[in-house]
Design a protein around this ligand. Sequence first.
Ligand code: SAH
Ligand code: MG
Length: 212
Amino acid sequence: MIDPELRGHALAAKGFMPADEGDALYEAALEAGSRLPGLAFLEVGSYCGRSTVWLGAAARERDTVLFAVDHHRGSEENQAGWEHHDPSVVDPRVGRMDTLPVFRATVHDAGLEASVVAIVGQSPTVARHWCTPLSLLFIDGGHGVDPARADYEGWTPHVAVGGTLAIHDVFPDPAAGGRPPYEQIFLPALQSGRFELVGTTGSLRVMRCLGC
Ligand code: SAH
Ligand code: MG
């Protein structure tokens, strides 16, 4: 179980990660860090740093690092007029969302700056230039068809054999939520034969990389 004080920081942060799924993500990351010691963790979609605290805590525990990729301009579903919009994270100077200051405060307040490295940019651009194998990849970025597909294609090849792929907001039942994380990430991962499902908590799916 995560240190209660750190868990408090995660729960205090703005974001979309339910407590039980965050706890499961933490356990999955601890396990990945033991299985493949020394390899980094990477998260796509940090928003205000809520999931980042669970993953950063596991990274620190396993003496590794979490790369946290986000352009901090919000997904389509976070923009004004959409369901998950929060006007308090709009930068009035540019009239667009900017979650980077909030993310930074969350990571600072949780005492995780030594274990979390923010990468600010477009996920497909970062993925195209990435060449570090990962013990854990957590995908929780844009939930439209194209962003989800791009994250699957750009990032999953970087999971080391024996490493873990965690996917958030996987809803097999269309009535429960949007389909792209299920159709564009989870199903292709399963059908590729490269990943097997090892855990389910709410909309979180934890998969293990079997090889290519
Ligand atoms: N994991 C967070 C929630 C992430 S919300 C939590 O626990 O609360 C999704 C995030 O993905 C947003 O912050 C958005 O800016 C980011 N995002 C969406 N599409 C992206 C892209 N193409 N490149 C980088 N970040 C992206
Ligand atoms: Mg999510």
